[in-house]
Design a protein around this ligand. Structure first.
Ligand SMILES: *[C@@H]1O[C@H](CO)[C@@H](O)[C@H](O)[C@H]1NC(C)=O
Ligand SMILES: *[C@@H]1O[C@H](CO)[C@@H](O)[C@H](O)[C@H]1NC(C)=O
Length: 428
């Protein structure tokens, strides 16, 4: 009934909104030379000369080695450094304006202001509950009618408040993703190596596959290649059963938008596990009220249910908007101020796939992208019969972003230049 809708990559409204300490030490130590002036016995002298020659040779070779390794470090840095000059200041400025910002702040404030009994709160709650009541399942509604729900309400407000307060632009947020996402996952997966655990704030996954849901996956058999990655990210609970040859079967995290959890919330125990109950979920919030679903579901999930850092959301929004503005101006010849009406500015949102790729850039040493893009010869989704894309997203703009990632030299707007973007490969 609701099966197909929950598999859409759909977010209903915009609430996008995302530090870093890189200390790079390059020290060169002065090389000390000793002048030997003290007197010596004749018999010792040949031995000493030999020693001196040895030391001399050793110094020379180690210097050569040092120079060579410095050179290779330099070359590597040069390859990874992206050219910042082509970023257009006007576009950057426009992309930084959040059209839906005012409205969404107001909504959040309304949710936070009232108490459980107040009118506006009551309405929100009732419509949310009515939605949940759709299910014939008895367990959850019973829970919701109980005084326990009042506690959920308090938790909801606390979580929403913390989230709203954090929501701002912070270009260095990419450097925080291992700490905020990988560390909790490692803890859950009981990464026992003590040294690794201590360092897990810096250590990334060696390779990640982000698996999109495009029908182009059906044209190839990438299953085993996908599963060969250390970390596999899947999107919006697209099923893998019966598609293993095409999409693989390994899932490290399920990346979803909060509409998906909202749909799961009406099932017993907030069932949301097409990949099994041990697969953590990482979710971005598309509507503030979805924190209710989060609060109710968080306790019933065995695996972590993580909400993306709102500063990370803001960063993703700005990047996609930059590419969308650029494309709009280049392709239509119209002015930037007309972009908003063409793209329903207040509702405009990045897709789940885009943020999943961004997450992979933050927590992986190498990123492979599968199942992104469309083709006249392919279905829209590999697993549904949905006909076309949602208009909330500018997929073409996102493809342009991925092309720049794969290229490796193009500047990516808004990402701190201290953050080194790992190599990205796109499989079509
Ligand atoms: C930046 O983009 C704006 C809008 O597309 C354009 O008018 C302007 O010429 C661009 N500036 C540069 C330096 O390319
Ligand atoms: C969500 O659940 C986890 C595990 O039960 C808990 O540690 C965490 O504090 C919860 N999050 C919130 C915001 O309540």
């Amino acid at each position: 009934m609701h099966k197909s809708s929950e598999q859409k990559d759909g977010s209903e409204s915009e609430t996008p909104n995302c530090f870093d300490s890189f200390t790079h030490l390059a020290s060169t130590k002065p090389i000390c030379s000793h002048k030997n002036t003290f007197p010596m016995k004749r018999t010792v002298r040949p031995l000493f000369v030999l020693l001196l020659v040895l030391v001399f040779v050793a110094t020379l070779t180690s210097r050569a080695i040092l120079r060579r390794s410095l050179l290779s470090v330099e070359l590597e840095t040069r390859v990874l450094t992206r050219d910042l000059s082509p970023l257009n200041a006007t576009l950057l400025q426009h992309a930084a304006v959040e059209i839906g910002e005012e409205k969404s702040r107001k909504e959040i404030q309304q949710l936070l202001d009232g108490n459980f009994a107040s009118q506006a709160r009551h309405r929100t709650f009732v419509s949310w509950r009515r939605f949940i009541h759709h299910d014939s399942d008895r367990n959850l509604p019973a829970t919701l009618r109980s005084p326990l729900f009042y506690r959920y309400w308090l938790d909801f407000r606390r979580v929403l408040h913390d989230w709203a307060r954090k929501r701002r632009f912070q270009p260095g947020i990419m450097g925080e993703l291992t700490r905020s996402v990988k560390v909790p996952l490692d803890r859950f997966n009981k990464v026992v190596d003590v040294a690794a655990a201590a360092k897990s704030g810096d250590k990334k996954y060696s390779s990640c596959a982000v698996v999109g849901n495009s029908g182009i996956l059906l044209n190839r058999n990438y299953g085993s290649l996908i599963d060969a990655h250390e970390f596999v990210i899947r999107l919006n609970n697209a099923r893998v059963d019966n598609y293993e040859n095409k999409v693989g079967k390994k899932t490290s995290i399920s990346f979803v938008n909060s509409n998906i959890l909202h749909l799961c919330a009406r099932r017993a125990g907030c069932f949301c596990h097409p990949y099994g109950p041990n697969v953590p979920i990482v979710m971005y919030i598309c509507q503030a009220v979805h924190f209710l679903d989060y609060t109710v579901c968080n306790g019933s999930h065995k695996a972590p249910l993580l909400v993306t850092d709102p500063r990370f959301d803001v960063l993703c929004s700005r990047i996609v908007k930059y590419y969308s503005l650029k494309r709009f101006v280049e392709e239509t010849g119209k002015g930037l101020e007309q972009w908003s009406s063409a793209h329903d500015g207040a509702l405009f949102h990045y897709s789940s796939g885009m943020q999943a790729v961004m997450l992979a850039l933050g927590i992986c040493d190498k990123v492979s992208i599968f199942g992104f893009g469309k083709s006249p010869l392919a279905k829209h989704h590999y697993h549904t019969n949905q006909k076309s894309e949602l208009h909330l997203h500018d997929y073409e703009a996102e493809y342009a972003f991925y092309r720049d990632l794969v290229d490796g030299h193009k500047a990516i707007p808004f990402v701190s230049d201290k953050f080194k973007i790992p190599p990205v490969v796109m499989y079509r």
